[in-house]
Write a protein of this length. Structure first.
Length: 325
């Protein structure tokens, strides 16, 4: 009979410092785990199990939503829907990249950095996807075709480069200056959220254009809670309330997924209810402004990740050997 041996779990003092998580005292995987061990560990209660599943399962929920919408909407033939298509693809990408990062981050210190570089890049691209959707369907009436509207998506593409670079760089001072690292990484997450939601903040303000969907108002508190879960410093934010679970990054995962769900519902509502008005006030989206911009952003973020990967020899703990295990 074929038997599968589950990987051994370690205490915090048994793994190199680069693998430590604030407030997590046990549940660490071997810092030189194989890819198979990483996958098997997702079925154990480790310090990453909740992080893995809180983004892996929602990935397939968003894929299912995308497939259902694809059966009723003509994404190929209707340029009006191209921003929605880009948004949906990036909604599926970011939780999958996050789940993979948390799954395979224990293969080595170098692999850990690379996994999270890709995770940060996916989050930055998701923020660009939000800008595509908000710029196409959620912009307040009095801002449509104005200066902010014209440059909203190009500025978001530039923001994605800044945020990927900032979050990747934040891993370099992680050991020597952990607070600086936390501030840089939180800024890289919060800044694109604030920028992308400028149209929403305007629409939910008293006396201005009301949101067309209650989900629009609900998505903002969820995202703010996600930012709080990521940004609150230790020990308040990352202390472990339950063994190996309960730290703030898991709150970040859950609130981010809930916020994305309500965001998707609001965008679909706006895209449908405002379609006739928007098509009468905006030019038809073209390939350069949609897929061209998204493609350049993808290549640019990949180049940034490649540059930081090449510089990993100077990253803290990137050559750590698991001598204590």
């Amino acid at each position: 009979m074929l038997t599968i041996k589950l990987p051994q779990i370690f205490q915090v003092h048994q793994v190199p410092r680069i693998f430590w998580e604030d407030g997590i005292m046990s549940g660490y995987r071997h810092p030189r785990s194989s890819a198979l061990d990483c996958v098997l560990s997702s079925f154990q209660m480790t310090n990453e199990t909740v992080n893995i599943w809180t983004h892996f399962l929602p990935t397939w929920y968003f894929v299912w939503r995308f497939l259902v919408l694809s059966s009723s909407l003509d994404f190929c033939q209707e340029p009006y829907l191209w921003p929605l298509l880009i948004y949906l693809l990036l909604v599926c990408l970011y939780p999958f990249a996050s789940s993979c990062a948390h799954t395979f981050s224990s293969m080595s210190a170098r692999a850990r950095h690379i996994c999270y570089f890709c995770d940060y890049g996916a989050l930055s691209l998701y923020s660009l996807g939000c800008a595509f959707a908000y710029g196409a369907y959620a912009m307040p009436d009095h801002w449509v075709s104005g200066g902010l509207h014209r440059y909203f998506v190009p500025a978001a593409a530039f923001n994605s480069f800044v945020c990927t670079g900032l979050s990747c760089y934040s891993r370099f001072p992680e050991l020597e200056h952990p607070r600086l690292s936390k501030v840089l990484r939180t800024t890289a997450f919060v800044y694109p959220f604030l920028y992308d939601n400028i149209p929403l903040f305007s629409r939910v303000s008293p006396g201005l254009q009301a949101p067309s969907s209650p989900s629009l108002s609900t998505s903002i508190p969820c995202c703010l809670a996600a930012a709080a879960g990521q940004g609150v410093p230790a020990p308040m934010g990352d202390v472990c309330f339950l063994p190996r679970t309960g730290h703030s990054h898991q709150l970040f995962h859950i609130c981010a997924v809930l916020g994305t769900h309500f965001q998707l519902e609001a965008i679909l509502c706006d895209a449908s209810s405002r379609r006739a008005w928007l098509r009468g006030h905006l030019p038809t989206p073209g390939l350069p402004g949609t897929f061209g911009t998204a493609g350049l952003a993808l290549l640019g973020n990949a180049a940034i990740i490649g540059a930081f990967t090449a510089a990993l020899s100077r990253a803290p703990g990137s050559s750590s050997s698991p001598t204590s295990v």
